[in-house]
Write a protein that binds this ligand. Structure first.
Ligand SMILES: [Zn+2]
Length: 276
């Protein structure tokens, strides 16, 4: 599932392809994804200009010149494909096609259909039912150690699980929770409310640095290695622990190396010596 850096990379790629462009044709190829498409979806978008694109948590918004906003979530397997030719045949999972006035084509493709597309207004976006309860953006000014401390106070679940809660902090998933806890030396199984202020003082910048580095890696993947299939958002990134069970621990001298455990049905990667 894409996390904040992957979605931000998709936003950057879509901005290059779509910002300032008119939507000459919008084709909706099935009635629903995770939920039905909004009524008259094609008609409400056709002819409009895309002024800009933004991201909130793992959601993308396309801001149209009439004040409307197209809200997109990629779900588990949703992909935005750029660079298709207008004479190419559609694939089975190509669900929405955006044809632009410069001849470009952007395709929303989603094999498992956990993604969703909704239509709202830019002015109402922060009050949208899917967005209004989401916690602060981790790279925004509102995310500080004091704020995180307040949001995890009284939560007895493991800190790894709590970091995945989108109402605590936005956009963090399984990969970046493991990476940030490793960097800050915090045992992922600790109760969230047991974290000391000095540990939260390390955790917040660790979250911010793993996300910032991943966004930078995604940005360079856009410039340097655009994938031949035009898929945006996935890139090679050097994780320290994620998916490295049994490998040497990069930052310490432990002999056991990276371990894996399962929390909430999902894998956590960690070092038992470095993380206390
Ligand atoms: Zn280690």
């Amino acid at each position: 599932m894409p996390e904040l850096p992957e979605v931000e990379t998709v936003r950057l790629g879509l901005e290059q392809a779509m910002a300032g462009r008119l939507l000459l044709r919008v084709l909706q190829r099935r009635p629903d994804l995770r939920r039905p498409f909004p009524p008259r979806f094609e008609a409400r978008l056709t002819g409009r200009r895309i002024d800009s694109l933004s991201r909130r948590a793992k959601y993308l918004a396309l801001h149209l010149d009439d004040g409307a906003a197209v809200l997109v979530h990629l779900g588990m397997s949703g992909r935005m494909l750029v660079g298709r030719q207008s004479n190419e045949p559609f694939g089975a999972h190509d669900h929405v096609v955006f044809d632009l006035d410069d001849g470009g084509r952007v395709v929303f493709n989603d094999a498992r259909r956990f993604g969703l597309i909704d239509l709202t207004e830019t002015a109402l976006l922060s009050e949208h039912p899917l967005l209004r309860d989401i916690g602060p953006e981790p790279l925004g000014d509102a995310f500080t150690p004091t704020v995180l401390a307040g949001r995890i106070a009284g939560k007895s679940s493991a800190i790894k699980i709590v970091l995945l809660d989108q109402t605590v902090v936005a956009g963090i998933g399984n990969i970046y929770a493991s990476e940030a806890l490793y960097r800050s030396g915090i045992d992922p199984t600790r109760s969230a409310h047991s974290l000391k202020p000095r540990e939260i003082d390390k955790l917040v910048p660790a979250i911010q640095s793993v996300l910032t580095e991943a966004i930078a890696a995604g940005g360079s993947s856009l410039r340097d290695h655009r994938r031949p299939d035009g898929e945006l958002g996935y890139f090679q990134h050097g994780f320290k622990v994620y998916d490295r069970e049994g490998e040497p621990c990069p930052d310490c001298t432990c002999r056991e190396g990276i371990r894996r455990l399962v929390q909430g049905g999902r894998s956590t990667f960690y070092c038992a010596k470095k993380q206390r």
